[in-house]
Structure formats: structure tokens, C-alpha cells
Ligand binder design. Structure first.
Ligand code: ADE
Length: 223
């Protein structure tokens, strides 16, 4: 399995990028009455945009494509198909990143068909232009080369999946690991470092799931 390129994103960067995105929306003169966050990645940017643009109405739609960190599932789906009447409102659909664009396209089409907003525009913090099937109306950063952005709100989930992938792959050569060896290998594989509690909690989860066993401070890979 190939090692994915990863870029760690901090909370401070998220705030800075959201300010930048809000400014672009304001300068374009777009004044939505409601923000629609794409769950789950769009939640934090959408909430910050509400604050930075003074918007009170925030709802959400769950359009899911990426089930595991940097691993694509088959296709995007709308998870809860509830109805909202937006006939008299301008709306802004918000996600963290437009990667392939499939989940945002699915959400957009569903909202236009079922919720019927007066107008709908799309905003994202980041847009991976070479792979995306859609260009958002507003974005803060254009990404020219695909990487996995390790956002602060998926840190534990990502670290758990990254560790699982790494240990499964490395177990062909090595099944018994000291904690420090795991961390060193993680940094070598992914080029990022996170706070200790993430490694610890991720390893605890992998033990709970039966992928790992811990004996006398040694982690044993069970695959
Ligand atoms: N979700 C979909 N694509 C992503 C990427 N490249 N980085 C982080 N989260 C994503």
C-alpha cells in the first residue's frame, strides 16, 4: 500500500482561512440568509462563517463520500433525506474541501431539487483544482497537488486509521513494537507529528478492535 502525502492543518490556520473565505464572500456582495454545512467536514468552517458574516441560520446536510482517511468509498450518498423549505432564501453550501467534488455536487443537486432555495452558492476553505469536478463559487486556497489535509476535527479518526494502515503493512516484516518505535515509524510514514494523547487513544482503540495486543509494554500486531 502506498504512503499518502499528508499535511497537518492547525486550528489557527482554520480560523485564518475562514476569515479569508468570509472576506471573499463579503467582497462579492453575496449575503445568504442561511448557511448549509455539509456534514461532517463543513461544520467548523460553516460555524465560523456564521460568526464572521453575521449569519444566524445554520442547517446541515450529510453527504458522504470519504469514509476513511484518504481512502475513497464507492460513491457519495445523502444520509438523511429530510425536507426544508428554503423557497424565499439565498443559501450558502459550505464544506471544508472540494476534492473530487462528488459529495458537494450531490448535496447541491439535492438541495436545489428538494429545498428549492432562491439562490445557492458553494464555499469551501480549499479546492483541489486538478481533480475536482466542480469549482466552488468561493474558496480560500487552491491546491494544485493532491494531499490529505489532516484537519484538527478528524485528528483522532485519521491517526487511528493511519496507524492501522501502517502497522498492517509493516507487520509483514515486524510484528512486535515498542511505543517509541511506533511513533518514529508514524512520523517517517506520514511526515506529521501530533500530540501524544492522539497516539495513545488511537492505539487503545486498535487494541479494543483486536488489531493489536499489548503485553509488557510491547504492542503485537494481530494480522
Ligand atoms: N476529504 C476529502 N478529501 C480530503 C483531503 N484531500 N484532505 C482532507 N479531507 C478530505
Amino acid at each position: 500500500m502506498v504512503k499518502v502525502p499528508v499535511r497537518l492543518v492547525s486550528w489557527d490556520e482554520i480560523v485564518k482561512w475562514s476569515w479569508g473565505l468570509a472576506k471573499k464572500i463579503r467582497q462579492a456582495g453575496y449575503n445568504p440568509g442561511v448557511i448549509i454545512a455539509i456534514a461532517r467536514g463543513g461544520y467548523v468552517p460553516a460555524r465560523l462563517l456564521c460568526d464572521f458574516l453575521g449569519i444566524e441560520n445554520l442547517i446541515s446536510i450529510q453527504s458522504q463520500h470519504w469514509t476513511e482517511a484518504a481512502k475513497k468509498s464507492e460513491r457519495a450518498i445523502i444520509k438523511f433525506e429530510y425536507k426544508v423549505n428554503l423557497e424565499n432564501m439565498k443559501a450558502l453550501l459550505v464544506d471544508d474541501i472540494i476534492d473530487t467534488g462528488e459529495s458537494v455536487i450531490l448535496a447541491r443537486d439535492y438541495i436545489i431539487r428538494e429545498w428549492k432555495p432562491k439562490e445557492l452558492k458553494i464555499a469551501a476553505l480549499q479546492w483541489i483544482s486538478p481533480v475536482a469536478k466542480i469549482k466552488p463559487d468561493f474558496y480560500y486556497l487552491e491546491v494544485k497537488e493532491w494531499v490529505w489535509f489532516q484537519y484538527p476535527w478528524t485528528r483522532l479518526e485519521d491517526v487511528t486509521q493511519f496507524l492501522k494502515r501502517m502497522l498492517t503493512e509493516e507487520s509483514k516484516n515486524k510484528k512486535e513494537w515498542k511505543y517509541i518505535e511506533i511513533i518514529r515509524k508514524f512520523i517517517e510514514w506520514y511526515g506529521i507529528e501530533v500530540d501524544e494523547e492522539y497516539y495513545k487513544e488511537a492505539l487503545r482503540t486498535l487494541i479494543e478492535k483486536g488489531l493489536l495486543e499489548k503485553r509488557d509494554e510491547i504492542f503485537i500486531v494481530k494480522v
